[in-house]
Design a protein around this ligand. Structure first.
Ligand code: PMP
Length: 427
């Protein structure tokens, strides 16, 4: 008796599609979603008691693996003192200081409960600060499901966007310009036409919602210059990359290639909460000072800075701050990607892959794509066969080809070797 199937049928009767977030439903790859019973370290067990090596880690937060003892202890201690107060706590200040110590561009920070909330609040803040309405996002980038961000490109360059979701008024989408990613010409054209009306540009520095696609260094450099020149704010969405690709986030990676590089605002989530509902946004003090209660940009939350979530996030940050943490994580992640490349090559399969810190992506194509339209040329059915081939062998990759993957500190070389042996068979 397949308990996953049983649960999925029960779930579909009471929850739309049987899931509380769409990608979990396995719509893209087909088959039955695995219902997770428990997880420990690099593994989770489904409702049948089958074990999987977990390369999703809750879509990023579980950088230490599941059930890290120091994090469990911190959460247990915090729980006893109270679940939520709706009043300030010392731990919020500690978490704010810890983030600021690693991200020099963040001079002040506000805690919220999801990446969506953080991204949405950043857009409002950017508009309030600049007094402008328009902003730019890039094709294939995901910044949460706020109305203004669920927008796809219109026809032609630098035209206004169309909603990607029913229920988003066209009037809302019309303030969002959607540009092709890594296309300097399109970016320059958009600034030329609309520079004076632009409040902000929001970008995933390493896009993780179209698999894994880096912003090219020349593109990031030009983007920073254009924003500064036209008085538009540069917002880095580091919900996925923050505390994941490096302790200082993707901005620290780009600052190495572009001297003085820094965003005006940063959106954070996932690892910062260690698996609890916690996200944040922060940046220049003059901008953050426009937030209520100091300024006129309203933003609030009953559970913001939740004492249990902050305990979880803080304990997670304390572990990843330890010397050598990211070097070891990056090496392990590279060994997975390099191993997959080698196996694919052996089997004569077109394959490319990339990683930074504990985040990776792979493509069933010979070279790494640089934009969304190239990612979308991937052979979907082939990816789905590979996904199920791996799943059948106890390896859980993202159930969609346009998602990045994650390695945790709990993944051992033996886990990587098991994964590569499975890939050899699946290919
Ligand atoms: N921005 C990015 C880059 C993300 O990857 C995500 C979630 N995958 C979000 C924002 C939204 O975060 P949340 O799901 O916590 O609302």
């Amino acid at each position: 008796m397949d308990r996953n199937q049983q649960l999925f049928e029960r779930a579909q009767a009471c929850i739309p599609g049987g899931v509380n977030s769409p990608v979990r439903a396995f719509r893209a790859v087909g088959g039955t979603p695995r219902f997770v019973q428990r997880a420990q370290g690099a593994y989770f067990w489904d409702a049948n008691g089958t074990r999987y090596i977990d390369y999703i880690g809750s879509w990023g937060p579980m950088i230490l693996g599941h059930g890290h003892p120091a994090v469990v202890e911190a959460v247990q201690k915090a729980l006893v003192d109270g679940f939520s107060f709706g009043a300030p706590t010392e731990r919020e200040v500690e978490l704010a200081e810890a983030v600021m110590a690693h991200l020099p561009s963040v001079e002040q920070i506000r805690l919220v409960s999801s990446g969506t909330e953080a991204g949405m609040s950043c857009i409002r803040l950017a508009r309030g600060f600049t007094g402008r309405s328009l902003f730019i996002k890039f094709e294939g980038h995901y910044h949460g499901h706020a109305d203004a961000l669920l927008v796809k490109a219109g026809s032609g360059l630098a035209t206004f966007g169309h909603p990607t979701s029913a229920g988003v008024p066209a009037e809302v989408a019309q303030h969002t310009l959607v540009l092709p990613f890594n296309d300097i010409e399109a970016l320059e054209l958009a600034f030329q036409k609309h520079g004076a009306e632009l409040a902000a540009v929001m970008i995933e520095p390493i896009a993780g919602n179209m698999n894994f696609v880096r912003t090219t260094v020349p593109f990031m450099k030009r983007l920073r210059e254009l924003c500064t020149q036209h008085g538009a704010l540069l917002i880095l969405d580091e919900v996925m990359t923050g505390f994941r690709v490096a302790l200082g986030g993707a901005q620290s990676v780009y600052a190495k290639a572009i001297p003085g590089f820094a965003p005006d605002l940063t959106v954070m989530g996932k690892v910062i909460g260690g698996g609890m509902p916690l996200a944040a946004f922060g940046g220049r003090r003059d901008i953050m000072g426009k937030l209520a209660p100091l300024g006129g940009v309203y933003q609030a939350g009953t559970l913001s800075g939740n004492p249990v979530a902050t305990a979880c996030g803080l304990a997670t940050l304390r572990e990843i701050e330890k010397p050598g943490f990211f070097d070891a994580l990056a090496a392990r992640t590279r060994s997975l990607v390099d191993g997959l490349k080698a196996v694919a090559q052996d089997k004569g399969i077109a394959f490319s892959g990339d990683s930074e810190g504990g985040m990776f992506g792979f493509f069933l194509m010979p070279t790494l794509p640089q934009n969304y339209s190239t990612v979308m040329t991937t052979d979907g059915p082939a990816f789905n066969r590979f996904f199920h081939g791996m799943l059948d062998r106890g390896v859980y990759f993202a159930p969609a080809l346009y998602e990045a993957g994650f390695v945790s500190a709990a993944h051992t070389q033996a886990d990587i070797d098991t994964t590569l042996a499975a890939a050899r068979e699946a290919f």
